[in-house]
Ligand binder design. Structure first.
Ligand code: PHE
Length: 446
């Protein structure tokens, strides 16, 4: 491709788009369900450590790689290390984008369906676990919502980056944050909320295993949209006048805050209303409607919430599809519209089994996991951490930590990346990821 690359048009453009990518189902749906199945507070602490030691440095790394190369992930590695196999890391990212979006869209479809359940009304005394199971075990309806969500995603991507993404996020995120805070108040004042608060905030380290660490690392990558090149791609649209370290700091801070607040709304309610914290992927869809049912004007709040959650999912899905489309547009010279439509359809088809796996195909398991769990495990706990660790090795040893540090501090910002960065990307991150990964796999298969 010739000519100047399209860039974010406003000063906030990158932060908005990157925060839009980061904040999504990962913060609310996945964070709460993974926290619930991994025992609560101890997991949350390990997750926070992973955000600081792995998430933030990798955010800076990916944005720097993108801004410097002005390329999609595959092209970026080719540009920075020509004639080496490092582009395969970018290709792994494109693969992750496919897999994640295929199931992400199914969950986002549930969220959209719940907008209509809210309109119909959330009434006290309903068994919301039943309602949820009734919805997801359906054959056609969840797939139709999955299709609707993919059409929205590919439509925005076909329209192009700047026009498509920026404007949504500015309005959405503050409203979502406020609504979550309202929910926190309602949840904390439910009788019996204390037990949930203890689950969420008082760690019991005796239950921690290597698997807890891998889940925390996987969640850190997933929630920050790292390890698959989304932030490389978004960084490639960032102008040279912006500081990478500060921009990255904002995105990581916002994303983490939203997840922590969501947990504070969900766990007290789970215990107060007698649901199971380890309910799995259904947790927010079961618990939050029950909270809304306990609130004045609860169905209205529920309606607003599921609209916001769906839009948050959309701004994340856009970044997943953008990685794949940017690769086809830059490297294979496909027209943007053609790439968006074809890839959108392929991902829709790959997602169908995850939807059916909840209902008619629920007896199908792969290495003991349901189809959704299997897709999520392969992408979030294998592909993202491996992609991230390889990116760290690349940045530290091949492109050189010094180059990244200079790139991130030019122009200087409030946060200054120092030599600690080199220690993290060269040694701490790759070693931590591979040790945890290998130990978990040995536990799992051994
Ligand atoms: N970060 C997004 C979320 O939390 C999901 C995502 C993962 C987006 C990887 C892009 C890349 O919902």
């Amino acid at each position: 491709m010739n000519g100047a690359r399209e860039k974010w048009t406003s000063k906030l453009g990158f932060i908005l788009a990157a925060a839009g990518s980061a904040v999504g189902l990962g913060n609310i749906w996945r964070f709460s369900y993974v926290t619930g199945t991994n025992g609560g507070a101890a997991f949350v602490i390990i997750y926070l450590v992973a955000i600081i030691l792995i998430g933030y440095p990798m955010m800076v790394t990916e944005v720097a790689i993108g801004r410097k190369s002005e390329k999609n992930p595959v092209g970026a590695f080719k540009a920075l290390a020509p004639n080496t196999p490092w582009w395969l890391v970018g290709a792994l990212g494109v693969f992750s984008g496919f897999v994640i979006l295929s199931f992400y869209s199914v969950i986002a479809g549930w969220s959209m369906a719940y907008i209509f359940k809210a309109i119909a009304g959330f009434t006290p005394g309903t068994d919301f676990a039943d309602v949820f199971v009734g919805h997801i075990t359906g054959t056609g309806v969840p797939i139709v919502w999955h299709a609707v969500f993919m059409v929205l995603t590919l439509g925005i991507i076909a329209a192009g980056v700047v026009k498509g993404i920026q404007r949504w996020v500015k309005i959405l995120m503050p409203v979502l944050a406020i609504l979550l805070v309202v929910l926190v108040f309602r949840a904390l004042t439910l009788p019996g909320a204390g037990e949930g608060l203890a689950f969420y905030l008082a760690p019991r380290f005796e239950d921690v295993t290597a698997g807890t660490f891998l889940a925390a690392i996987g969640q850190a990558f997933f929630t920050l949209s790292l390890g698959m090149g989304a932030m490389i791609t978004y960084g490639s649209y960032l102008t040279r006048e912006e500081n990478v370290a500060d921009n990255g700091g904002w995105v990581v801070g916002l994303d983490t805050a939203i997840a922590l607040i969501a947990g504070l709304a969900i766990f007290p309610a789970v215990f107060a209303l007698g649901y199971d914290p380890a309910a799995g992927p259904g947790l927010v869809f079961i618990t939050l409607p029950a909270v809304f049912a306990e609130m004045p004007a609860g169905s209205l709040f529920g309606f607003i919430f599921f609209v916001l959650l769906s839009v948050a999912a959309l701004t994340s899905a856009i970044s997943l599809l953008e990685v794949v489309v940017a690769w086809l547009v830059d490297e294979k010279e496909w027209p943007r519209v053609k790439a968006s439509v074809i890839i959108g359809i392929v991902i829709f088809v790959i997602g169908i089994p995850t939807s059916l796996g909840m209902g008619p195909w629920s007896n199908i398991t792969i290495i003991g996991m349901e189809i959704l769990d299997f897709y999520d495990f392969v992408a979030s706990e294998l592909a993202l951490p491996i992609g991230g660790a390889l990116t760290a090795i690349f940045a530290g040893h091949v492109w050189k930590a010094r180059t990244v540090i200079d790139e991130t501090n030019d122009p200087p910002g409030a946060i200054k990346i120092g030599n600690w960065y080199g220690v993290l990307v060269k040694y701490v991150i790759p070693i931590a990821v591979f040790v945890v990964l290998i130990t978990t796999l040995i536990d799992f298969f051994g």
